[in-house]
Design a binder for this molecule. Structure first.
Ligand code: CA
Length: 251
């Protein structure tokens, strides 16, 4: 059973989310301000498996809560609920370190599928970290290329002495790229395999993640060599671009 913190100041919405999450076999706590949520999340950092976080709250907003969690190096998955659905909102959410977002109003099955997707990924990483028996091919714990190391256990990218923490979703996306090294992967496939989202969704979310990931793994993020754009398709991760003669470098 997973424990979820729902942060929502509109009581009827909070109660509705709790009812449906409990019906889906999760344990749920409610908070109605960002300050309360931060207190609960920092007092017992391992208590929650997921935070469902409204943006518009009295006091500090959902983006500020997310940014503060990440500042304190707390990487509990965060699903942001944004009422406005503006692209700059979505950008702010991912910029603050959210793992996924939904625009209000949303349909319940979509909400529950996002929740399940984030929880599954969380569980997967945790099992990985504990080194328990897993699938036949154990997931990579780290991947090194050039002067960079992606550490999937510590959730960070290391370049020399620099350490850049990753959110769960950034790590999941990087892992998917690494597992498909050299192959073009479509945005729709990424949504399906990494986000566990099957319905038609705005694929800009992926592009935003790619922009962030390039800042971690590219020497010149504006001229990516490792995480290449494949026009009309999606992206391709190449560990050693110098070994791929004539590889198109498209931005
Ligand atoms: Ca609200």
């Amino acid at each position: 059973m997973s424990r979820i913190l729902v942060v929502e100041d509109e009581r009827h919405l909070a109660d509705g989310l709790r009812f449906n999450l409990e019906a889906d076999d999760h344990e749920v706590d409610l908070a109605d301000t960002g300050e309360d949520a931060l207190r609960l999340l920092t007092e017992q950092p391992r208590r929650y498996d997921l935070v469902v976080l409204d943006v518009m709250l009295p006091g500090i907003n959902g983006f500020e809560v997310t940014a503060e969690l990440r500042r304190q190096q707390l990487y509990v998955p965060v699903l942001i609920l944004t009422a406005r659905g503006r692209s700059d909102d979505v950008l702010s959410g991912f910029g603050a370190g959210a793992d996924d977002y939904l625009t209000k109003p949303f349909e319940l099955p979509i909400f529950l599928s996002r929740v399940r997707g984030l929880l599954r990924r969380h569980e997967w990483f945790r099992l990985d970290v504990q080194n328990q028996p897993g699938p036949a091919t154990p997931p990579l714990s780290a991947f090194a290329f050039g002067d960079k190391v992606i550490d999937f256990e510590q959730l960070e990218v290391r370049v020399g002495e620099r350490r850049m923490p990753l959110t769960l979703m950034e790590a999941a996306l990087l892992r998917y790229f690494v597992e498909n090294e050299g192959k073009p992967v479509a945005r729709k496939t990424i949504l399906d395999r990494v986000w566990n989202v099957h319905e038609d969704t705005d694929t800009r979310a992926i592009d935003n993640f790619v922009v962030r990931i390039r800042r971690y793994i590219e020497d010149e993020p504006a001229r990516p060599r490792h995480l290449q754009t494949v026009r009309g398709v999606g992206y391709r991760f190449v560990a050693n671009p110098e070994l791929v003669p004539g590889a198109p470098l498209q931005v």
